[in-house]
Design a protein around this ligand. Sequence first.
Ligand code: RTP
Ligand code: MG
Length: 140
Amino acid sequence: MAGRRTLTIIKPDAFGAGNAGNIVALLEKQGFAVKAARVMHMTTAQAGAFYEVHAARPFYGELVEFMTSGPCMPLILEKDDAVASLRTAIGATDPAEAAEGTVRKLYAESKGKNAIHASDSDENAAREARFFFAEADVIA
Ligand code: RTP
Ligand code: MG
């Protein structure tokens, strides 16, 4: 059975543009509940570790540089079938290919600076939630 929790990050482009509130509101309207949230400015070590699955990809250096370029906002969100629901809500990686009404269609500027991250599996959602939050930070 698919899990009810996923991890998202409002990335530095969207956070810096003042779109965090709008994005959280959009997701809440779609039925996601916020179970944990923080704001932080990731270090190079943190961003490198978070995206280590992409370490061999050509865009890795650019991605780590972007994710450390300013503050971001990690959140744990809850909804039925959370991972798949959130992937649908954020839209395609490249905003030019994202569906109407998705977070990336509305707020992303490019394939690299694309406003939001979402976990891609239940296993990664759990790993990524632990990356940013302690058990005590998460609403039961
Ligand atoms: P995310 O992990 O951030 O939710 O994004 P995603 O699953 O839609 O895309 P993924 O393939 O996991 O890529 C991670 C992030 O790397 C940046 N990227 N840049 N310039 C490029 O060709 C390129 N490709 C990927 C994006 O910030 C993407 O979200
Ligand atoms: Mg991904």
